[in-house]
Every structure is written in structure tokens, then in C-alpha cells.
Design a protein around this ligand. Structure first.
Ligand SMILES: NC(=O)c1ccc[n+]([C@@H]2O[C@H](COP(=O)([O-])OP(=O)(O)OC[C@H]3O[C@@H](n4cnc5c(N)ncnc54)[C@H](O)[C@@H]3O)[C@@H](O)[C@H]2O)c1
Length: 370
């Protein structure tokens, strides 16, 4: 049987340094008779040579369109916006299955080219849990950014400046501890979705930088069942939203609840890790852009005379810890990648393809009815 080929494409999203395949997981695939092609990518946290050393074939940056149509293309973030039909099979996060902005255009490109999308967000195990997710490091990094933003506002009266990826978890913790100083003992944070991957990461960061356990409110389904908006959110310094939004729910916090709190509001930073920015059911509808590492915060309209408040809505937070986040994700994805040669019958791939076809049909029906 010919070897299974797999092509790791470059990432075109600014500041994205992570990789869906790391040199160590590429090596494991090669040991299982895969041919791995890797686009050269100066943006990636792993050097091209690291892939070359384990036996990958290096190819030019952004040349996946010239790969044989039988070769699946692996990437992380969405492809740049375009109308070019997509002919290949892509394994990536496409952010188009939940009616996000432009979802029909993205799926329309696959329809036009006859390509297939296996969306990484929807590769699930037999229990319906995602096989690989960046959640933990997203929550961890988001909480770190939130603590830094809180401190910058409190001590210097300014919004947080540009963020750079950290070498590793230890350097991130040290940086936040140093910035918070003695304030760490007094800071109050509320994490919603605290039982999930992102939520656990956020709680872990807050503990590691010295917040008191009692000052970290950990909410999940039980606590939000009463329906928002929640006064409790307005009574902490940092609110981190980490839920997985599956359907419409009452707002957690909104412009009305912020204005009603007036000048007595304690909340100064919201980190929306979930980042359902363009989702019509976003339960944190107080901002409408995704922020970036060079400008991590967006000001909230809080009404005249009220204390300022900012949102961090970066949708690729694990990039702040690119090496560790990539290693963890890629290791979790590996068992599914090893099943690629049997993807016509392997459950994880069959289900992902069925879902793609459903979404494709929904997009076509939506366009016809528009
Ligand atoms: N910003 C980023 O860089 C980034 C990175 C990774 C993931 N994410 C996003 O973060 C979100 C969470 O991902 P995850 O992997 O942690 O998911 P997860 O499924 O592991 O956890 C989600 C948690 O949210 C809880 N939840 C769901 N609805 C809730 C509600 N109404 N009230 C209270 N709790 C609720 C669930 O019970 C669960 O504990 C996803 O939307 C994901 O796309 C963002």
C-alpha cells in the first residue's frame, strides 16, 4: 500500500506561531509509514530544520494548492478570505459551523471546488468529547492576559500594551506574579465554564500567580442555571468567560447591566476566551471585535462617569505559549491522524465528514433562501 501523505501548511493568520503537527508527532507518523510534507514557515515556533531532521520533506511556503488532491492538508486556523474554490481535503479549524460571519462563503468555496473539510473543532471521541483542543492553554494564557491588563489599569491607569509569546509557562507565571505584586492576595476573579478545558486552565493560572482560592469563583452550568445577567460578574475584578456555547442563553453581562451598576462596579477586565464575537448568541455582547496581541484590549462603552472597563477577545490565546500548546494539541490529535489511511471507515473521520456534508447542505439552503 502506498504511504499515507500528509501536508502541513503554513499559517497565514498574523501572530499565529503554533503548529497542528510538531516535529515530535511528525516523527511518530513517519515511523508509521507516513510521508510528511511541511511548508517552510518562518512564523512557526518550530524551525523548519526541526522537521527536516526527523525526516519530513520541506516544501515552499503556501504551496499546498499544488499538492496532489489525494494529500490531506493540515493546518490550524482558517485560510485567508478568498473566493477561490477549494479542491483539497483540509483538516483545520474553519469556524464556519456555527453561523459565524462569512460561514456560507467559506463552505461555498468547498462546494465550488469539491474539497472536503474535517473541522478540528468537531473531531470527537466515542463519548462525543473533542479528541484535541487547545483549551487548557487558552484559558491559562487568557487569565494571564487578564491579570496583566487588570494590573496595568489599576497601577498605571492605562490599557495593556502589546503581548509577546512567552518562552514557557514558568516565564509567564513569573511575569504575572511580578506585575500583580501584593495585589494578588486581593484580586477577585470569576471563571464561567470552570469545569471545562479553558476554565481549568484559567483557574490554574490564577492559583499559580497567587490569587486566594476563595477569591477565584468557579462557575459552570449549575451556577448559571438561574439565568443572567449576573451581579456577581460585576462584583469581581476579572471575569473570564470559558463556556462552550451550544445554543442561545441569557446574557451573562451586557451594556444595560454595566450601566445599571454605575460607579460602584468592581469589574474592570473581561477576558472572553470563548470568543463567540460574531455569534448571534454571544452571552457577553459588550464588544464586537476580536482583539490582537499588539492591541489586546478593546474599551467597553460603560456610560458617562463610570469606571473604565476593557475586554480581551483574542481568538488564538494559546499562541502566547506556542511550543507547549502545540505539543499538547498535536499529541492529542496523533491517534486520529494515525487513522487517516482508513478514513473512509474510521469513526472519527466518517463522523467529521458527515457533519461537513450536513453543514455544506445547510449553507447551500441558506444561500438559496437569502
Ligand atoms: N480564545 C481562544 O484562543 C480559544 C482557544 C481554545 C478554545 N476556545 C474556545 O473556548 C470555548 C471553550 O472550550 P473548551 O475546550 O474549554 O470547552 P469544554 O467543552 O472543555 O468546556 C466548556 C465548559 O463550559 C461549560 N458551559 C457550557 N455552557 C455553559 C453555561 N451556559 N453556563 C456555564 N457553563 C457552561 C460546560 O459545562 C463546560 O464545563 C470554546 O468555544 C472554544 O472554541 C478559545
Amino acid at each position: 500500500m502506498p504511504a499515507q501523505a500528509l501536508w502541513l501548511r503554513c499559517e497565514k493568520k498574523q501572530f499565529e506561531r503554533r503548529a497542528a503537527l510538531t516535529p515530535s508527532t511528525a516523527k511518530k507518523l513517519i515511523d508509521s509509514s507516513f510521508d510528511i510534507y511541511v511548508e517552510r514557515d518562518p512564523q512557526r515556533i518550530f524551525d523548519d530544520e526541526e522537521y527536516e531532521r526527523v525526516g519530513c520533506t520541506l516544501v515552499e511556503n503556501n504551496t499546498w494548492d499544488q499538492a496532489p488532491l489525494t494529500t490531506p492538508i493540515l493546518g490550524l486556523k482558517e485560510l485567508p478570505v478568498s473566493t477561490t474554490p477549494i479542491r483539497h481535503t483540509h483538516i483545520q479549524f474553519a469556524h464556519c459551523y456555527k453561523n459565524q460571519a462569512g460561514w456560507t462563503d467559506v463552505l461555498g468555496r468547498f462546494a465550488a471546488g469539491g474539497g472536503t473539510l474535517y473541522d478540528l473543532e468537531f473531531l470527537t471521541d466515542a463519548n462525543g468529547r473533542r479528541v484535541a483542543a487547545f483549551g487548557f492553554h487558552a484559558g491559562f494564557a487568557g487569565a494571564a492576559a487578564g491579570a496583566l491588563a487588570y494590573s496595568e489599569r489599576k497601577n498605571n491607569g492605562r490599557n495593556l500594551g502589546a503581548l509577546e509569546p512567552f518562552e514557557n509557562e514558568g516565564t509567564m507565571i513569573d511575569a504575572v506574579r511580578e506585575k500583580l505584586g501584593d495585589d494578588a492576595r486581593e484580586v477577585k476573579a470569576l471563571v464561567i465554564g470552570a469545569l471545562g478545558r479553558c476554565g481549568r486552565g484559567a483557574v490554574d493560572l490564577f492559583k499559580k500567580v497567587g490569587l486566594k482560592d476563595d477569591n477565584i469563583l468557579k462557575w459552570d452550568m449549575d451556577e448559571t442555571a438561574k439565568g443572567g445577567p449576573f451581579q456577581e460578574i460585576l462584583d469581581v475584578d476579572i471575569f473570564v468567560n470559558c463556556i462552550y456555547l451550544a445554543h442561545e442563553i441569557p446574557h451573562f453581562v451586557n451594556h444595560d447591566s454595566i450601566r445599571a451598576a454605575g460607579s460602584s462596579r468592581r469589574l474592570s477586565v473581561v477576558v472572553d476566551v470563548s470568543c463567540d464575537t460574531t455569534n448571534p448568541f454571544n452571552p457577553v455582547p459588550i464588544y464586537n471585535i476580536n482583539t490582537t496581541f499588539d492591541a489586546p484590549t478593546v474599551d467597553v462603552d460603560v456610560g458617562p462617569g463610570n469606571p473604565p472597563m476593557t475586554v480581551i477577545s483574542i481568538d488564538h490565546l494559546p499562541t502566547l505559549l506556542p511550543r507547549e500548546a502545540s505539543e499538547q494539541f498535536s499529541t492529542d490529535l496523533l491517534p486520529s491522524l494515525l487513522e487517516l489511511p482508513q478514513r473512509a471507515s474510521a469513526r472519527v473521520w466518517v463522523e467529521a465528514e458527515t457533519l461537513f456534508k450536513e453543514k455544506l447542505a445547510a449553507a447551500q439552503a441558506f444561500k438559496l433562501s437569502a
